[in-house]
Design a protein around this ligand. Structure first.
Ligand code: NAD
Length: 350
C-alpha cells in the first residue's frame, strides 16, 4: 500500500439484465416479488411466467407500458420451460437469474448459471412442518394447521404439509382437522363461497392422487378425503393421513396438494429431530403458549422462516427463502437488494 491518504467507499450498482422464471401457484405475486426489487435496483427484466399461467404476466407488461415504463425495461416471454425457460437460463446476456419453482428445475437453473457465473437466486420446494407442542391452545392450533395445508389447495411452497403433534393431543388435533376438512365447501374458484377450488391441472390432480394411493398402499390410514372428487374439474378432497412412516415418500416428498401427513411425538427432542429430518427447509410453524420453550426451539429449526402460532404469515419487510434444498438467497426484506446489485469497492489516493 503506497504511503498516501486514501478515500475509500463502496457503491452498489444494478446487476444488469435479470431473467425471472416463476411457477404457477401465485403467478402475479411471485412475479412481483422479483420485479419490485429488480426494477427498484435499476435492472431490466425478462419475465418468463409458468406454462399454465401466462395471462397475469402479459397484463402486467401491458400495464407497465401504459404507466410509462420505457419499452424494454419489463419484457414478458411466454412459452414452455424446456424451450423459453431453458433459453433464458442459458442466455449469455442475462446477468442474474431469479427462479421460483421446483427443486428439480432449480438445480438445472443453478447449473446453467454456474457455467457463466451468472448471479442466481432460487426459491424452491418445501415440506414444511407444523409442530403442535403439549401446551398449545388445541382448537386454535388445529384450525391453524388445517389452514396451513389446505390454503390454495395445498399448492403453496411453504404449506404445512407435515403435522407433528404432542402424543397427548394427537387424536384430538387429527379429529379437529378432519372435521374442518369435511366441512369445507369445494367448488369453482370464482365462487365467493368456495373454500377449496380445483388444482391447477389434470396432471397435478393425478400426481396428488398417486401420492394418496401410495400412502394407502404403504399402510397409511386416511382419516378424511382420500382422492379426487367425482365429476368434472381437477378437484381433490382435503386429505389427512396418519400411521405414516417418517421415511416414506408421502412424508419426505413435496406433494403440492391438499394432503396432510400427521405423526405424534413424545418430547421436544423428537419434535426437533423429525421436523429437521427433510431435504427441505423453507418454513416451519410452532404452536405453543410457552414462549421460553419456543425461543429455545427456534434456533434449532433448520428453515428460512419460523412462524409461531401462525403459518405462511408473510411480511414484505421480512426476508423469505429456504435452507437446504429449498433454495439459495432470499426474497423481500432489505436483504433482497443485495441480490439485484453488485458491490464495487473504490479506493482513491488523494
Ligand atoms: P417447475 O419447476 O416445474 O416450473 C417453474 C418454472 O420453471 C415455470 O415457469 C417453468 O416453465 C420453468 N421451467 C421448467 N423447466 C425448465 C427448464 N428446464 N429450464 C428453465 N425453466 C424451466 O415448478 P411448478 O410446477 O411450476 O411449481 C411448483 C413448484 O414451485 C413447487 O415445487 C413449489 O414448492 C415451488 N414454489 C416455490 C416457491 C418459493 O418461494 N420457494 C414459491 C412458489 C412455488
Amino acid at each position: 500500500m503506497p504511503d498516501a491518504q486514501f478515500h475509500g467507499y463502496t457503491r452498489r450498482e444494478a446487476v444488469g439484465v435479470v431473467g425471472a422464471i416463476v411457477a404457477w401457484n401465485f403467478p402475479l405475486l411471485l412475479a412481483c416479488w422479483k420485479l419490485g426489487p429488480a426494477l427498484a435496483s435499476g435492472c431490466t427484466v425478462v419475465l418468463k411466467p409458468a406454462d399454465e399461467t401466462p395471462l397475469t404476466a402479459l397484463m402486467l407488461g401491458k400495464l407497465a407500458l401504459e404507466a410509462g415504463y420505457p419499452p424494454g425495461v419489463l419484457n414478458v416471454v411466454t412459452g414452455t420451460g424446456i424451450e423459453a425457460g431453458s433459453a433464458l437460463s442459458h442466455h449469455p446476456d442475462v446477468d442474474k437469474l431469479t427462479f421460483t419453482g421446483s427443486t428439480e428445475v432449480g438445480k438445472l437453473i443453478g447449473k446453467a448459471a454456474m457455467d457463466t457465473m451468472t448471479r442466481v437466486t432460487l426459491e424452491l420446494g418445501g415440506k414444511s412442518p407444523t409442530i403442535v407442542l403439549e401446551d398449545a391452545d388445541i382448537p386454535t392450533a388445529a384450525a391453524g394447521a388445517a389452514n396451513a395445508i389446505f390454503f390454495n389447495q395445498g399448492q403453496v411452497c411453504c404449506a404445512g404439509s407435515r403435522l407433528y403433534v404432542h402424543k397427548k393431543h394427537f387424536d384430538n388435533v387429527v379429529a379437529d382437522i378432519s372435521s374442518i376438512a369435511e366441512e369445507m365447501t369445494i367448488g369453482a374458484g370464482l365462487n365467493p363461497n368456495t373454500q377449496m377450488g380445483p388444482l391447477i391441472s389434470a396432471k397435478q390432480q393425478q400426481r396428488v392422487c398417486n401420492y394418496i394411493d401410495q400412502g394407502r398402499q404403504n399402510g397409511a390410514t386416511i382419516t378424511t378425503g382420500g382422492g379426487a372428487v367425482d365429476g368434472p374439474g381437477f378437484f381433490v378432497k382435503p386429505t389427512v393421513m396418519v400411521d405414516v412412516d417418517q421415511n416414506s415418500a408421502v412424508v419426505q416428498e413435496e406433494i403440492f396438494g391438499p394432503v396432510l401427513v400427521a405423526m405424534p411425538f413424545d418430547d421436544i427432542e423428537e419434535a426437533v429431530r423429525i421436523a429437521n429430518d427433510s431435504q427441505y427447509g423453507l418454513g416451519a410453524s410452532i404452536w405453543s403458549n410457552n414462549l421460553s420453550q419456543v425461543h429455545r426451539m427456534i434456533p434449532r429449526i433448520k428453515s428460512g422462516s419460523v412462524w409461531v402460532n401462525c403459518h405462511t404469515a408473510l411480511d414484505p419487510a421480512l426476508p423469505f427463502g429456504g435452507y437446504k434444498q429449498s433454495g439459495l438467497g432470499r426474497e423481500m426484506g432489505s436483504d433482497v437488494i443485495e441480490h439485484y446489485t453488485e458491490v464495487k469497492s473504490v479506493l482513491m489516493s488523494i
